[in-house]
Write a protein that binds this ligand. Sequence first.
Ligand code: NAP
Length: 325
Amino acid sequence: MPYSISAQQTGGPEVLIPHEINIAEPSDDEVLIQHTAIGLNFIDTYHRTGLYPVETKPFTPGLEAAGIIKKTGRNVSRFKEGDRIGYCAGPIGAYATHRNIAADKIIALPDNITGEIAAASMLKGMTAEYLIRRTYEVQPGQTVLFHAISGGVGAIACQWLKHIGATIIGTAGSTEKAEMAKNNGCDHVIRYDQDDFVEAVQDITHGTGVPVVYDSVGKDTFEGSINCLSPRGMMVSFGNASGPVPAIEPLLLTQKGSLYITRPSLMAYTATYEEYAASAAALFDVIASGAVKIHIGQTYALKDAAKAHADLEARKTSGSSLLMP
Ligand SMILES: NC(=O)c1ccc[n+]([C@@H]2O[C@H](COP(=O)([O-])OP(=O)(O)OC[C@H]3O[C@@H](n4cnc5c(N)ncnc54)[C@H](OP(=O)(O)O)[C@@H]3O)[C@@H](O)[C@H]2O)c1
């Protein structure tokens, strides 16, 4: 029986409950997808808690999945029944065995990309793509700091940065994650749960700091990250895993050496279908070439989404996590 994981209201992981659903006909511009794998992302927890407000309640979280097209709406010409597709775009609703979604939100999967790899990589890998190639275009030989280097986005970004030829300083919260980072090509791994990462970065860079910091941890690391930047460096604050970053005074940026700060989102960097498809193609290329391997660290049954959220928030996961319908 088709079902979704939906929440009547925002709250802890326990609000995520399976509910049977009726499958509606796709509208003219939509396709009906039977999901084969669904991606778990930290943003799903922000929707669940209400940190990022959702428009309606009850709501079904999830922005990333892969599957097979079962039906197409009247106006859909780019896709047909039976096509294998993936997506990482709103609106939320991916935590379901089936869903209707607009055809301009989906990407045809190349033969060498399985549904599981697509669902484990599209949102995280396309985020890595825009962060290191477009928000701040990392050059070969540059040294960068990337926090949570063995998380979902981090593990992909680490390998991609290595492929570009950067020197990577990464932070990790456990022995296993530090080991994984080394295996992914991270040059300097800092155990930021034990050591002062600002001192470590200053030691590694002989006091010069780094030209860019990618910080998705947020509240706990933001201030330290600013102190790791060289003059005119770029602070890329792209997440809130430990909580949202408090307001800052622009004067701080002057005092720390004419810094730049940006708070980007994947949605803004994939706003047109051309950008969305180009980002996916770049990701699928680095996966196909072997430069980036997708590490699926955990797989949960879709009905156990609450457990998956609890593990993600407790820092128990590494690499990507899948929910299997
Ligand atoms: N702006 C965008 O476009 C965009 C897109 C995708 C993701 N993101 C952000 O990127 C980050 C990574 O997303 P993801 O889905 O790949 O998650 P993830 O990295 O797999 O999980 C988050 C990681 O953050 C670290 N962390 C540090 N302090 C934490 C705390 N207090 N609570 C929980 N985790 C903590 C943990 O790694 P350690 O144990 O190693 O510290 C944890 O595994 C999230 O902040 C997400 O919101 C932003």
